[in-house]
Design a protein around this ligand. Structure first.
Ligand code: LMR
Length: 398
């Protein structure tokens, strides 16, 4: 049965993990996968997670099934975080949040949901977008198209072209947005631009899907939900997919959620039954360890405060690395302009290097990035930043 199967190349982002691990060079730097690292280059558990896990272990009495929606307290806490506990959509019962195996699992559930609802729907994603978006939606049978987003020459948002493209979208089109910390380019619309985008969605009738994987890493936890809140105020239907991998640092616990906003409470209840049936055919029920931890954190004032301060620490560190990197590049005499690093947000930015230059960074300096020259800014620290800038100047010179 498998005789016709040929090996496929590794995923462009995950492939870096194994190549980096196998590299014996002590100076190696992994700027690939989007995982937060501290000054020591480690990805430790958050203190709030350690505390909540102790509580969970001391109090959990069963590992029996919880049913398709998983940890109900997690689902409602995520709804509160995303939409605001006093929001009209929550008060009107128009939202259902259901935990999923990570944000990626949530995107796949969202894809199956769209395919079930409108079999000939199409997904429109920013150019560029997270490469895995380009795989997940077609895996559910949905065609994907791109709308203009990133100006590679100026490292800015192509807002006018984006709006022109979105003006052509209408009912049956799903338009995917990154709520904050755009992956891979680090450029987000500002508040006024988000307002214009959400007005356009309401006017044209396309369905917004918001991927929020870095809540808290751009401006603040609540601030980063701006797109979710504007779309859900203005549009009758919205799909939101959230991830807790980064902001709770529970990457391997696969903790995320899909939230659907519907026209009314009854429709939301109906759509939830469709989601339950889709996930039953897929993974039956979601894993609950990560969500149970987050349920504990978000239902404790003390642990919530601790979490907020830990997210602030991660955000501030990334922003200060962006500043340091940009300043040190200027001080090194590199003439290419990298000042955009300071204006962008989240873990990712494009360096604007050719594939050949990316390969030189890897082969000559053991510095690993994806071929698109996307870097994870959180991977820098005092011990590796000068080495990186030196290598960058060499590959730019020749
Ligand atoms: C990334 O883009 O590096 C992260 O979202 C991790 C992943 O799964 O690709």
């Amino acid at each position: 049965m498998f005789e016709h199967l040929k090996a496929v190349p590794p995923d462009p982002i995950l492939g870096i993990l194994s190549a980096y691990a196998a590299d014996p060079n002590p100076k190696k730097i992994d700027l690939g996968i989007g995982v937060y690292k501290n000054e020591a280059g480690a990805t430790p558990m958050l203190e709030c997670v350690v505390e909540a896990e102790k509580i969970l272990i001391a109090t959990q009495t069963s590992k029996s099934y919880l049913g398709p929606p998983g940890v109900v307290g997690f689902n409602s806490a995520m709804s509160d975080l995303l939409f605001g506990p006093d929001s009209d959509v929550l008060q009107q019962g128009r939202v259902r949040t259901i935990q999923t195996p990570g944000g990626t699992g949530g995107l796949r559930v969202a894809a199956d949901l769209v395919k079930t609802a409108v079999p000939d729907a199409a997904i429109w994603a920013s150019d560029p977008t997270w490469p895995n978006h380009m795989a997940i939606f077609p895996a559910s049978g949905l065609p994907m198209h791109a709308y203009p987003y990133f100006d590679r020459l100026n490292s800015t948002l192509r807002f006018v072209e984006m709006m022109e493209s979105l003006r052509q979208r209408g009912p049956g089109d799903v338009v995917l947005f990154h709520a904050c910390c755009h992956n891979p380019c680090g450029v987000s619309p500002d508040q006024e631009q988000w307002e214009a985008i959400t007005n356009l969605a309401a006017e044209r009738g396309f369905t917004p899907m918001v991927d929020i994987a870095y809540m808290g890493f751009e401006r603040g936890i609540e601030e980063d939900t701006l797109a979710v809140r504007l779309f859900s105020e203005k549009c009758p239907e919205v799909i939101v997919v959230s991830s807790c991998s980064k902001n709770f640092a529970v990457y391997r616990e696969r903790t995320g959620a899909i939230s659907i906003v519907c026209e009314n409470d009854q429709k939301a209840a109906d759509v939830q039954t469709v989601i339950n049936s889709l996930t039953r055919k897929n993974y039956s029920m979601p894993p609950t360890h990560g969500p149970a931890i987050i349920d504990i954190i978000l239902h404790s004032d003390e642990l919530t405060k601790l979490w907020e301060s830990e997210v602030t620490t991660m955000r501030n560190r990334i922003n200060s690395l962006r500043k340091t990197l940009s300043e040190k590049i200027i001080a090194s005499g590199i003439s290419k302009d990298f000042s955009f690093l300071q204006r962008q947000s989240g873990m990712f930015s494009f360096l604007g290097l050719s594939v050949e230059q990316v390969h030189r960074l890897k082969n000559e300096f053991a510095i690993y990035t994806v071929d698109s020259a996307r870097i994870n800014v959180a991977s820098f620290n005092d011990g590796n930043i000068e080495y990186f800038i030196d290598a960058l100047s060499k590959v730019l010179e020749d």
